[in-house]
Design a protein around this ligand. Structure first.
Ligand code: ATP
Ligand code: MG
Length: 477
């Protein structure tokens, strides 16, 4: 990778270079774009550094392209342009810290080399010229190309100083290691361990952004384990940290709940890109430390950890500032993660299968991915056996689904009809009647159709309404 030039594939870069020539400016593409092109990856975001005034040049580009959507962050001396699905950021070469959101973003003008030295890692400190006369020529004062070749994360300056300037870089190191399957150089890891407590001053949003990128990487456990080893997990995600050292029976799972969880997350990541399914894997046993108890004849037990865990999801998402709209999904998967296992028994009834499918709804396929991922036993015979059991469960589900079409199921009689038929107002009785109809369908007492449900409603309504009014009267006495 000791190339001196990089093929800059995005045609916009040539246009930006022409505009730079016309303005007589030295302009470079830098950071993630150059790194990913050298690695042969597709890149969308483009970071441009201008030796001089980055915002002025951004305005020149926007004007030339007839774009009115340039966003200027005066205070930070940066500007952003969205074009098709590309995000182009412009910045003037600077001598101070590189984190846009750090407290005192100083924008002292500097040389390109000085600018590159303030960036986080050598692999992100490579620039390529956009000028016509040396288009694509690489500027790489910290030998980032060597680190790209060797697969290591190293800082341009002394690691402690780099982390002290912006402690978020500690997690960024682990994020890049996870995304690129790179190693973090030992001196960088050592500094990370030492500086980890400084993460306290970093905003939760910035930490969470990086954490989500670790969860989105091919093998998330790489970044998670690094976070754990350097004492970062303890600070930024104490609930996950607390899984370590919690012992469990090892026939089905790995002995330590943290290590088990790492494996489950990786297993899910192999099967699904869904970030939130990966989160469900990360949190599926989150209440094990809380619910742990030792029973003489069985060993460690964790009764109710799935329900207790589901209840922890919302507070965790709130505290970590993860997007709240994904809470119901993660909660549901954590709550149900043991249920398919209960259907393994040959004697299991259709009704139990129907109930789970009804409760899981559209999430049933994701639930099955999580359950299969949850088998992390080291005993291959055991793994094989449990996998086969799950195939049986999946087959039963398919049969029931084909018969009853429960996937997007709604009880066949709606609340409004119940009120009309029974002559009642909205209230608890409506919910109660609806629940009875739902139960009857799920238990196979009546078929899944409107007429049967209506007939059933007429049969049960008097009894239910009279017991409910008796209860009311008793309370009134
Ligand atoms: P991604 O693929 O995630 O976008 P990236 O390398 O482009 O990776 P960004 O966060 O978009 O990362 O930042 C763009 C560039 O800005 C980085 O390559 C790096 O040179 C620099 N940079 C970003 N954040 C920091 C930081 N906290 N400290 C130092 N340099 C940073
Ligand atoms: Mg980027």
């Amino acid at each position: 990778m000791n190339v001196l030039k990089v093929g800059l594939h995005n045609r916009l870069l040539k246009e930006i270079g022409d505009l730079a020539d016309r303005a007589g400016l030295r302009v470079y593409v830098v950071g993630g774009y150059v790194r990913d092109e050298l690695l042969g990856k597709a890149v969308k975001d483009i970071d441009i550094v201008v030796v001089g005034n980055g915002v002025e040049f951004a305005k020149t580009v926007a004007r030339a392209w007839g774009k009115a959507n340039l966003v200027v962050y005066e205070k930070f001396g940066t500007a952003m342009l969205l074009l098709d699905d590309h995000k182009i950021e412009f910045v003037g070469a600077r001598a101070e810290s590189y984190s846009r959101k750090s407290r005192k973003p100083a924008v002292k003008e500097a040389s390109l080399e000085e600018d590159l030295s303030r960036r986080d890692f050598t692999i992100n400190s490579i620039a390529a010229s956009l000028r016509g006369k040396d288009f694509g020529n690489i500027v790489d004062p910290f030998d980032g190309r060597k680190d790209l070749r060797k697969g290591v994360i190293r800082t341009p300056l002394e690691p402690e100083k780099t982390f002290d300037d912006d402690p978020l870089r500690i997690i960024r190191a682990m994020r890049f290691a996870s995304q690129l399957s790179f190693d973090v150089e030992p001196s960088v890891l050592k500094a990370a361990r030492k500086m980890a407590p400084r993460l306290e001053i970093v905003s939760q949003e910035r930490i969470s952004d990086e954490f989500l990128k670790i969860m989105g990487s091919t093998k998330p456990s790489v970044g998670l384990q690094l976070m754990f080893d350097a004492g970062v997990m303890k600070i930024v995600f104490p609930d996950v940290f607390a899984l370590a050292g919690v012992e469990q029976r090892k026939e089905y799972h790995h002995k330590d709940v943290f290590l088990h969880t790492m494996k489950v997350v990786d297993n899910v990541a192999e099967k699904s890109e869904s970030l939130w399914l990966r989160f469900a894997a990360l949190l599926h046993d989150i209440a094990k430390p809380k619910t742990k108890a030792f029973k003489e004849d069985v060993g460690w037990t964790f009764h109710g950890h799935e329900e207790a865990g589901a209840r922890m999801v919302k507070p965790i998402f709130r505290r970590m500032k993860f997007p709240m709209e994904h809470v119901p999904f993660v909660e549901k998967l954590v709550r149900l993660h043991l249920r398919p296992m209960a259907l393994v028994d040959d004697l299991v009834t259709d009704s139990a299968v129907r109930r789970l499918m009804f409760e899981a709804g559209d999430e049933i396929d994701d639930l099955m991915i999580l359950c299969r991922a949850d088998i992390t036993s080291k005993n291959p015979k055991m793994v094989e056996q449990v996998r086969r059991n799950y195939e049986n469960v999946a087959r039963k589900m398919k049969e029931v689904e084909e018969k009853d079409h429960l996937r997007h199921w709604q009880p066949p009689v709606k609340g409004e009809e119940i009120m009309k038929v029974c002559g009642i107002e909205p209230g608890r009785a409506v919910g109660r009647l609806k629940q009875r109809i739902t139960d009857a369908v799920l238990d196979g007492v009546i078929p899944n159709d409107h007429d049967a449900a209506l007939k059933y409603l007429l049969e049960i309504k008097d009894e239910i309404l009279s017991t409910m009014s008796e209860i009311r009267e008793k309370h009134a006495e």
